[in-house]
Design a binder for this molecule. Structure first.
Ligand code: ADP
Ligand code: MG
Length: 96
């Protein structure tokens, strides 16, 4: 269970509200190891309920020089990204 972090959780709740309303966005959570980044993001995922789809990726130090490496992993069908591509096509098919 997360303790404190009221201001951070409030900021993340704002992001969830925006996402549920169809707004895109990005938020960087950074800090030294052990400060609670993963705990905060796990709490965000739990709070999101069915409002948004939560997908996860992981950065590797060896890929730090590769632009959008984690994003590429997310979208790679061989690494579990197939459902994202399908979702994108479904969403796109209804447009104009
Ligand atoms: N706000 C918090 N409330 C309760 N436990 C926390 C909190 N922040 C961190 N912890 C605990 O501290 C440890 C490290 O937190 P973690 O989220 O893994 O840090 P980071 O991802 O920044 O390295 C974990 O055992 C986690 O449960
Ligand atoms: Mg962590």
């Amino acid at each position: 269970m997360i303790v404190s972090r009221t201001a951070e959780l409030s900021r993340l709740d704002d992001l969830l509200t925006a996402l549920a309303g169809g707004e895109g966005g990005a938020l960087v959570v950074r800090g030294e190891a052990g400060i609670g980044k993963t705990t905060l993001l796990e709490t965000l995922a739990m709070r999101s309920g069915d409002a948004v789809t939560v997908i996860r990726t992981c950065g590797a130090e060896t890929e730090a020089e590769l632009t959008f490496s984690a994003l590429a992993d997310l979208l790679d069908p061989d690494r579990g990204g197939a459902h994202l591509l399908r979702a994108g096509r479904s969403a796109g098919s209804g447009a104009g």
